[in-house]
Design a protein around this ligand. Structure first.
Ligand SMILES: *[C@@H]1O[C@H](CO)[C@@H](O)[C@H](O)[C@H]1NC(C)=O
Ligand SMILES: *[C@@H]1O[C@H](CO)[C@@H](O)[C@H](O)[C@H]1NC(C)=O
Ligand SMILES: *[C@@H]1O[C@H](CO)[C@@H](O)[C@H](O)[C@H]1NC(C)=O
Length: 174
């Protein structure tokens, strides 16, 4: 009996407990004259700790008019749109003094301390995100079932889509 239980435990991957972490990152600039992603990578910072790092050089400054489209996708056999898909005016949002709870607020709160984007427009500098680690408390307002997800971040400047980032992560609902 014990033998069977142990075999089952091993077969179900019982030893490697799934943990919330990023597992892939893709960055694309649609128009190279607009900017370049010099860095777009996940860095292992410790056991089961993965930091997200992005450095985008911006050639056309200042940036005054930014829209961001955030969509979450969950993987089944392929990716399907899941829970949110929203476009918001980044400059107007950052100018608000009291930001209501929303997916965009959770997104900004998550990157604020690890990036140089937590300010109002204009943007007159390159965009940097350093060692942003995924934590389960980011999902306390919208708990996600355990699974593989993709957060797609599309950025438009002056009404043109200029860049796209896909953040792939495994999320463990524990
Ligand atoms: C996102 O929302 C828009 C408008 O609400 C809709 O037309 C579109 O099909 C949705 N896209 C996805 C991927 O769910
Ligand atoms: C956000 O972008 C997706 C494409 O990734 C698009 O299908 C969707 O319509 C956009 N959502 C909104 C609300 O505009
Ligand atoms: C982001 O900016 C807001 C408004 O200036 C500030 O209240 C908040 O503390 C900042 N967050 C971080 C993590 O720096």
């Amino acid at each position: 009996m014990w033998f069977i239980l142990i075999i089952l435990f091993l077969a179900t991957g019982g030893l490697s407990i799934p943990r919330t972490r990023y597992n892939n990152l893709e960055c694309e600039m649609f128009d190279p004259s607009f900017g370049t992603f010099n860095e777009c990578k996940l860095k292992v910072l410790g056991r089961d700790i993965v930091g997200l790092n992005v450095f985008a050089t911006m050639n056309k400054l200042p940036i005054l008019n930014v829209k961001v489209n955030l969509s979450l996708w969950r993987k089944y056999s392929g990716y399907r749109s899941f829970m949110f898909n929203t476009t918001f005016d980044f400059c107007k949002f950052m100018a608000k003094s009291d930001k209501k709870l929303s997916f965009q607020k959770v997104f900004i709160d998550m990157i604020a301390a690890f990036s140089n984007v937590n300010h109002t427009c204009p943007f007159e500098h390159d965009i940097i995100v350093r060692n942003l680690v995924l934590k389960n408390d980011y999902f306390k307002y919208f708990p996600l079932p355990t699974g593989q997800y993709k957060l797609q971040i599309m950025v438009s400047v002056d009404k043109r889509w200029v860049a796209n980032l896909n953040v792939h992560a495994f999320i463990a609902d524990d």
